[in-house]
Design a protein around this ligand. Sequence first.
Ligand code: TYM
Length: 361
Amino acid sequence: MEKKKIVVSGIRPTGNIHLGNYFGAIRNFVRMQDEYQCYFFIADYHSLTTHPHPEHLRQNVKQILATYVACGMDPEKVAIYVQSDLPETAELYLILNMNVYLGELMRCTSFKEKAKQYWGQLRKELVEDLSSGEGQEEKAGKAEKEGNKAHVSAGLLTYPTLMAADILIHKADFVPVGKDQEQHLEMTRAFAHRFNSVYGVDCFGQPQAFNFGENLIKIPGLDGSGKMGKSESGNNAIFLTDEDAVIRKKIMRATTDSGPVEMNQQKPEAIANLFQLVRVLCGEEAFREFDAAYNRCDIRYGDMKKQLAEDTIKFVSPFRARIGEILSDDAFLEKIRRQGQEKARESAVRTVREVRGIIGF
Ligand code: TYM
């Protein structure tokens, strides 16, 4: 029998799952589970870059476990596990880091964006100082006063190495992710290739980002620009746990404009975003009708939002109910976590043993 291709992916336990996580990642996880050998985990090591309170971390891990199952992942078919239950990942991360270059980590877009958020106007100096190795202590002292979050940690910088370790530890062929993870996947391939060439072996393959059928997906947010994410207020994202009234409110408040002024004019970003949500949640036919109305300049955003809200509620509410049910069953959650850990460790131990041998440990 032909060996099944291997699939690995994970989600950080930093809050509830939103529609971006669902369409970018989880929907693919569920579709892949019959055909591939799948490892899906909760990236709790990664979440430490934002210094969660231990109690919140525990709760968020449970929440994602429950969401995975509620969305249709079958613990009998796939290994559903928690990243920190696989300490082999940390060892591979350490080993890979020895051949990862500071420059490539610093050029990573997600690092630059996060560093910018943390440091504000100090960012430029930081990046300069990081490369020259000067002025760090003084800045660190200042940052200490501003709270832990003002630091740009080594963990944040080496985030892509940890992600590569997650993927390579099971020797994945495919990694279902949203568009925002594309660059991390490129880096994973570079690190895998480098390990092979440093040691003159053929240990790791070249894992590919994956989405069914089309290109990688980016689900937009409701606030007019960029992707759906966990913004401060939470109004930018629709979560799978949102109550009907909350969904209605968020969608009715989504950013629009005063309407098109010319036939067939190009849609500004906020409007294009709303249309994309309509396409995903209301279907192609509804999308085409609203699109035609927009092109004729007689679109009524209120009507479009109402339909989007009702279809979103229809989509989200069964998930919400199921997540609630599963969350109340601690024994079941613990059982699937242990079951997943056992399956995942088998392959992780195998890879780390091979890597240790190659290195000469
Ligand atoms: P995270 O937790 O930010 O997001 C989890 C998954 O959801 C996707 N996603 C989106 N897709 C489309 N549109 C959006 N608006 C949107 N927002 C989020 C992400 O692309 C991701 O697939 N670094 C990862 C977690 C991780 C990982 C890994 C993933 C750690 N190790 C190994 C794959 C393989 C992250 O922060 O995802």
